[in-house]
Design a binder for this molecule. Sequence first.
Ligand code: C5P
Length: 271
Amino acid sequence: MIETASAKINLALHLRRRRPDGYHDLETVFAFTDFGDTLTAEPAPVLSLTMAGEYAGPAGAGDDNLVLRAARALQMRAGIAAGAAIHLEKHIPVAAGLGGGSADAAAALRLLNRLWGLDWPLDALLPIAAALGADVPACLLQQTCLGLGRGDDLSPWPHSLAGAPLLLVNPRVAVATGPVFAGWDRIDLGGIDAGLPLSALRNDMTAAAIAIAPVIADVLALLASTIGAVLVRMSGSGATCLALYADTASRDLAAGVAANAGWWTAATTIR
Ligand code: C5P
């Protein structure tokens, strides 16, 4: 059995307040891409994980890998004794603002839900997903949506973006999420108004991420200078930046320019 773990992007990310539990209340527009990791699974007596692909090394297939944690959580919740031999093809950069680990965990839940014959509706998997990480519920649904609270209080986004040409650019710098949240100036600039165009919204973590990885400013400047870019923004806590294009030719031209700078790129579409 096979399952795609779509890379997550944040088309907007507004920070509202730091919470006593250390998390932040935020408002975000999640979207998912036709680019991602691939998981396969076969029946097996115990749980195991093997990995391949460009980013297999940095992610690591150890016991703390979110895929194995997701598998164990579902085993427990469902009272399943069976295992699974899981293989992960890791294409999404790690510590990149693309929710790679969260997407893999969510894909593992969907995959094992089928492999183990549970066939629970996705809604039944949401609480397990939320316990694994703030972005995992959104990654379970893999649809453009609005996330409130920690990012796990989800509702539909009223505008369709499916098929929009999208370019992802990462300057090959890993950025840890925690320090970027911690670097936020704690000034609440207001929530997300779905009536506004996306270009009027923000990623409130941009300045803190640039302070840690200044090259992010160069990526944003390059994307903003490309012809046909209709939205340019950092995703999550960075360092990946995204641009939406009016057409695929403009996107592919921009991808070539970014690749020439030595940066990692993925030319894809919003799913
Ligand atoms: O939930 P997850 O483990 O993916 O979150 C990683 C880190 O991101 C948290 O430890 C926290 O530092 C930060 N975070 C946050 N507020 C959120 C989501 C994540 O502060 N809403």
